[in-house]
Design a protein around this ligand. Structure first.
Ligand SMILES: [Zn+2]
Length: 427
């Protein structure tokens, strides 16, 4: 876990760039040692570091009259990051962002030739780091570094969320979530514990946590017939579907997300939130019918259009259903209603969804239309885009803001998809 950052070309660079007269020293190299909780660095001339703790979790080391001849540099080491920059023309600053709170009296500064060691002690509790969550078989592998922790699995009252609590654990800054199509959320507690929140089907039995050499494996108890990897079917208690639909994969694509809120409407309602919620509800309804679903984004994250299509292709989706909400100017409150789009092959899918959404919501019918939207043009499967209503509409906005109404929209979309797939199965 040690990493040297040696700058072998310092001589070359200082030869070609004029040194400002006031900076006498150059920071030549630095090394962060996460195991011993210390930072070492070397300058070519003596310097007098000034160490301070900022906002309880940042160790700031200023090197007066010292140059850093490179652009700002930031590196991650497990749960900590180190940033080096020319803070002022004559001050080089090293900042260590820590995953825990420290105080100045925990920090020691030692000189070593032209080098220095800044050492600090960490609270002993947090020693385990969550590095990644990866899909493995039907379960999720939690990769950890440090001592193995004993996690606890609990369930929400509505049984739709599984909680995994890991004591004395921090989340790595480079944490990787490779659990798609599962919907996993990581929450950090303030007392050095991590909670993983996983969306499950309410019919799913409780998942269990097993210690393996690779990490903690979270998985459902063994079933007689293993389910396909990308699905969370729950056929055990739901009534048998009228027709077998095992080969179908429904790709749901809530539009926008992250820095792109989509349309913003009356009362500040945001398209990205509304469509994410509706997509989750549709996925739940389809899963309850034993239909495999994959969702392009499970969270409020940025996602370009191309990766949405690429993911749908990768999972070999049968249908692509993009979910959006419409908008006009706020001075047009009279425009309300549902519009559904297709490009080439998605016409019947679009009609089926459109018809069923109108049935469950009794919203205004603004028609099924053809349009050259990217996700419709670029996906090879039958694709449709539903505009579930106008966030700027006087009728639609308050309805879309209500969870009960979004459930109706979701029921319509799910019904439309199911009808469409049943027709496919009959062919
Ligand atoms: Zn949109």
């Amino acid at each position: 876990m040690q990493r040297w950052c040696v700058l072998g070309i310092v001589g070359l660079v200082s030869g070609s760039i004029a040194l400002p007269g006031w900076a006498q020293a150059t920071l030549q190299s630095w090394r962060y040692d996460p195991q011993w909780q210390r930072l070492q660095f070397q300058t070519d001339q003596p310097t007098q570091p000034q160490v301070q703790v900022v906002q309880q979790q940042r160790l700031v080391i200023d090197l007066p009259a010292t140059r850093w001849p490179y652009p700002q540099n930031e590196q991650s080491f497990g749960t900590a990051t180190v940033r080096v920059a020319q803070y002022q023309p004559d001050v080089t600053r090293l900042v260590v962002a820590l995953p825990h709170v420290i105080s100045t009296d925990q920090v020691q500064l030692q000189s070593q030739g032209n080098g220095w060691i800044v050492a600090w002690s960490a609270p002993p509790a947090v020693r385990t780091v969550l590095l990644a969550a990866q899909r493995q078989g039907r379960g999720i592998l939690l990769r950890l570094s440090g001592p193995t922790v004993v996690g606890r699995v609990t369930r929400s009252h509505d049984r739709q969320w599984l909680y995994v609590d890991l004591p004395n654990t921090a989340v790595s800054v480079g944490f990787q979530d490779q659990t798609r199509p599962y919907n996993l959320r990581v929450e950090t507690g303030n007392s050095g514990h991590v909670r993983l929140v996983l969306e499950v089907s309410s019919n799913d039995p409780d998942w269990q946590l097993f210690a393996t050499p690779q990490g903690l494996l979270l998985q459902p108890p063994p079933k007689p017939a293993p389910a396909p990897v990308t699905s969370r079917p729950s056929r055990t208690t739901s009534p048998a579907p009228p027709l077998p639909r095992p080969r179908y994969v429904v790709f749901l694509d809530p539009g926008h997300g992250g820095s792109d809120p989509g349309a913003i409407g009356r009362g500040g309602i945001r398209e990205k939130d509304i469509v994410l919620d509706i997509s989750r509800r549709v996925a739940r309804l389809l899963n309850a019918q034993g239909i495999r679903t994959v969702v392009s984004r499970h969270r409020d994250v940025d996602l370009d259009l191309a990766p949405r299509v690429a993911l749908a292709e990768r999972v070999n989706a049968t249908v692509f259903v993009s979910i959006h909400a419409n908008a006009l100017h706020l001075s047009r409150p009279e425009v309300n209603g549902v519009e559904t789009y297709y490009y080439q092959t998605g016409r019947w899918l679009a009609r089926s969804i459109h018809k069923n959404v109108l049935k469950t919501t009794r919203a205004s019918d603004r028609g099924v239309r053809r349009a050259r939207f990217y996700v419709l043009r670029r996906s090879s499967m039958r694709a449709t885009l539903v505009e579930v209503g106008y966030v700027t509409g006087a009728e639609d906005a308050p309805r879309l803001a209500s969870a009960a109404y979004r459930q109706k929209v979701a029921e319509g979309i799910a019904q439309g998809i199911i009808r469409y797939l049943d027709n496919l199965a009959r062919q």
